[in-house]
Design a binder for this molecule. Structure first.
Ligand SMILES: *Cc1c(COP(=O)(O)O)cnc(C)c1O
Length: 338
């Protein structure tokens, strides 16, 4: 699988300044009895960083090639993707339109004003809202309606879609990240990643396959249960394989998703989430975010406790960022704030 693929043929904007650090977590390693490493994709640089920086290099590469001047994108109210897209637009002198969806019920006022929401306002993005949180086709259609208005005003809009009926260009960023990781450390036994849209999980898995690395890839469900996520990953991997002109079957055989840390649902903080977030902070001095990476670490702890990850194994957890959301979730994370 090494040579024949189209990976280098895609237009790419440059937002990364180089490989992200891979750090050993010494105290957690001895506590858990494994050899634990953290791939610091929270440190990707652009506008507070995170995994979306790698993904956006390919969407913006495509947008620039099409002569776009305005980016439209949709996500949860505390979406890191839309905030990162606003930062990328600023860097390239483009406008951005962010659509925020009601995906997480019963949140307090800070959820709507702090964290990513505040950062996107500083970045000068235009905001619109969408009343549903589980309607990918409808959310994409609303973006297109706004894009049509912008076209009528003489602008050249580019829509970054949520739905799977569009090529998952962002996953290409994680195909490269998988190869980067294998160069930094070729001999790990397992890697644990969050699995949301699946661009990160699917891209990384493909990158490892292209590097002929056969370690276990665990996708921790952060959005939907493992049955639904498995089906989604089947589609994502097929689409990534189609982009690259490679065979999807060996990739799909490696899908491994777990939803033990998902409850009570997307963007909701459980005691397990909070305990994982505090453990990382209090043992290593590193912050995780409440929506994705704390759940990913909770999933990793679960894999260790069940013996699925075995003592002494070399394990990499991917830190995908998301730190601004800490401030949008302040009352879910700390009891005695006032
Ligand atoms: C979006 C996001 C994820 C999920 O990545 P996908 O590629 O959508 O699966 C994980 N972590 C953080 C911090 C994110 O912002």
């Amino acid at each position: 699988m090494t040579q024949d693929n189209k990976l280098d043929g895609f237009p790419r904007a440059q937002f990364m300044s180089g490989p992200t650090p891979l750090e050993r977590l010494d105290r957690l390693s001895s506590e858990l009895g494994i050899d634990l490493w953290l791939k610091r994709d929270d440190l990707t640089g652009l506008g507070f960083g995170g995994n979306k920086t790698r993904q956006l290099e390919f969407y913006f590469g495509d947008a620039l090639q099409q002569g776009a001047d305005t980016i439209l994108i949709t996500g949860a109210v505390q979406s890191n993707f839309v905030r990162s897209a606003a930062a990328a637009s600023a860097k390239l002198g483009m406008q951005s339109v962010l659509q925020l969806e009601e995906r997480v019920p019963e949140m307090g006022q800070e959820y709507y004003s702090s964290g990513n929401v505040m950062l996107a306002k500083i970045l000068g993005a235009e905001h619109m809202s969408y009343p549903e949180g589980e309607d990918e086709a409808g959310a994409d259609a609303a973006l297109h309606a706004r894009a049509d208005e912008l076209k009528a005003e003489g602008r050249t809009p580019y829509v970054i879609h949520l739905g799977l009926n569009h090529p998952p260009l962002g996953a290409l960023g994680y195909v490269f990240a998988g190869q980067e990781l294998c160069q930094q450390m070729p001999d790990f036994d397992a890697v644990v990643v969050p699995s949301g849209s699946g661009a990160t999980h699917g891209g990384l898995l493909t990158g490892l396959a292209l590097a002929e690395n056969s370690s276990s890839v665990y996708g921790v469900c952060v959005r939907r249960d493992s049955e639904k996520q498995k089906a989604r990953m089947d589609t994502v991997l097929q689409k990534v394989a189609d982009l690259l002109g490679i065979d999807a079957a060996p990739l799909r055989d490696r899908i491994n998703v777990l939803d033990d840390a998902l409850a009570p649902g997307y963007g909701k903080v459980s005691g397990m989430t909070r305990a994982a977030l505090e453990k990382m902070a209090r043992t290593e001095g590193i912050f995780l975010d409440p929506v994705y990476t704390a759940k990913t670490f909770a999933g990793l702890l679960h894999l260790v406790s069940t013996g699925e990850i075995q003592p002494g194994q070399k394990v990499v957890m991917l830190h995908t960022g998301g730190l601004p959301a800490l401030f949008g979730y302040q009352n879910e994370l700390v009891d005695d704030l006032t």
